[in-house]
Ligand binder design. Structure first.
Ligand code: NAD
Length: 241
């Protein structure tokens, strides 16, 4: 059976860059790119199979994974899809809280639940879950819902790393502020706030999606064979500020 890498949230930003890393190095025979946004079908050429999937829908995720697994063994998973919408605590509705938890945290569980046991039975696989510095330190600008969802991702990663050991490795990547629509087109920051944040960063600039994708790709490959349960920051030194 041929191997496949599965990447969620692949129509934009970091997820799109991760798919391109897999295509460039050919470490898997096949790449499956998932997104809720139908533009996923126009994002790549025919080398990538694309599906419109809402990661928060448990049944939909299982169906697409079962479909891929009919022809390919999924050997790498990148749990990347997420949403971020600012609300001050007093304005955050219960529905908005649930939506962010459902996409950002339950979405990663859904994919791990569909793929992880199959990897475990085969004795091979790597899962990378994308968190955020908001999950480590909390973020007032991203909100309590986003911060909590991304902290949950770190716990999910460590639990999975223990349950799926020794043959399936599970790691987290923690991006800082990366130049993607999620960070820059949103209402999280004014231009002045963004400029002030960047000025304080040791790196002195926003990250490029490619710079995160390269680390995610490394964590999916042989070079990281002795890494599991790790939390790897790719944040331009923002943890130091
Ligand atoms: P992005 O908005 O460019 O891409 C996110 C993708 O996820 C989009 O294509 C979107 O359509 C998709 N998506 C949203 N909801 C979905 C759902 N229910 N099902 C399937 N797909 C869905 O964002 P990005 O910056 O590339 O973010 C990628 C990851 O990096 C996210 O987990 C995000 O939380 C994390 N992150 C980003 C930054 C940053 O500064 N950009 C910082 C920290 C963490």
């Amino acid at each position: 059976m041929q191997s496949s890498a599965l990447v969620t949230g692949a129509a934009s930003g970091i997820g799109q860059a991760v798919v391109e890393q897999f295509l460039d190095d050919g470490s898997t025979d096949h790449v499956a790119a998932l997104d809720i946004d139908p533009t996923i079908h126009d994002t790549f050429d025919e080398a990538v199979s694309t599906s419109v999937v809402d990661v928060s829908d448990h049944k939909e995720v299982h169906e697409v994974v079962d479909q891929i697994e009919q022809t390919h063994d999924i050997t790498a998973v990148v749990n990347n899809a997420a949403i971020s919408r600012y609300y001050w605590l007093g304005d955050l509705t219960f529905e908005e809280w649930q939506e962010v938890i459902n996409v950002n945290l339950t979405g990663q569980y859904n994919v791990a639940h569909a793929v992880g046991p199959k990897m475990y039975e085969r004795g091979d696989g790597a899962i990378v879950n994308v968190s955020s510095t908001a999950g480590q330190r909390g973020s007032a600008s991203a909100g309590v819902h986003y911060s909590a969802s991304k902290a949950g991702v770190l716990g999910l990663t460590k639990g999975l790393a223990k349950q799926l050991a020794p043959s399936v490795r599970v790691n987290s990547v923690v991006p800082g502020l990366i130049d993607t629509p999620l960070a820059t087109d949103s209402e999280l920051w004014s231009d002045e706030e963004l400029a002030a944040f960047v000025e304080r960063l040791p790196a002195g600039r926003l990250g490029d999606p490619d710079e995160v994708a390269r680390v995610i790709h490394f964590l999916c490959g042989e070079g990281s064979a002795y890494m599991t349960g790790s939390v790897v920051n790719v944040d331009g030194g923002s943890a130091l500020v």
